[in-house]
Design a protein. Structure first.
Length: 147
């Protein structure tokens, strides 16, 4: 009899607990931040070299009347236009276009983390292998800093 009373009491406790347990749903919007690479303050530092930006993550380098074997240079800033840090994932083109011996980007590279509001000064050096004029777009691809 006592055991039956204990089983009944335990059963009633379970029913009471389940009636007390309730679900709560919370609906809302979570903002995790934004990020995007930006290039600014771009200019050529050697004759026949000009740099421009457009769209925001593409550095356009114009070389006019070049001489083979000569290095042409420029400077620019790389910044994070968002609210969370970015990491440079790639800098394209990986292979220089025809007529260009090499493209070297300094100051920033693959894996560089850039904080919002803290631009990094960078340089670009281009060695020409064939006389001529060139338009070379260099694209900076970034991802969220922790990817």
């Amino acid at each position: 009899m006592l055991s039956l009373a204990l089983i009944m009491a335990l059963g009633l406790t379970g029913i009471g607990y389940s009636a007390w347990l309730d679900m709560v749903n919370i609906n809302g919007t979570v903002e995790v931040g934004s990020w995007g690479v930006g290039l600014t303050n771009a200019f050529g530092t050697t004759d026949n070299t000009s740099l421009s930006v457009g769209p925001s993550n593409v550095l356009n380098i114009t070389l006019t009347q070049t001489s083979a074997g000569t290095t042409y240079s420029g400077v620019f800033d790389v910044s994070d236009n968002g609210t969370v840090p970015i990491k440079i994932q790639s800098i394209l083109p990986v292979t220089p276009p025809s007529g260009i011996a090499s493209i070297t980007v300094g100051g920033v590279g693959v894996g560089t983390v850039i904080e919002p509001g803290a631009p990094i000064g960078a340089t670009v050096d281009i060695v020409v292998s064939t006389d001529g004029s060139y338009l070379i777009p260099i694209t900076f691809v970034a991802v969220n800093w922790n990817q």
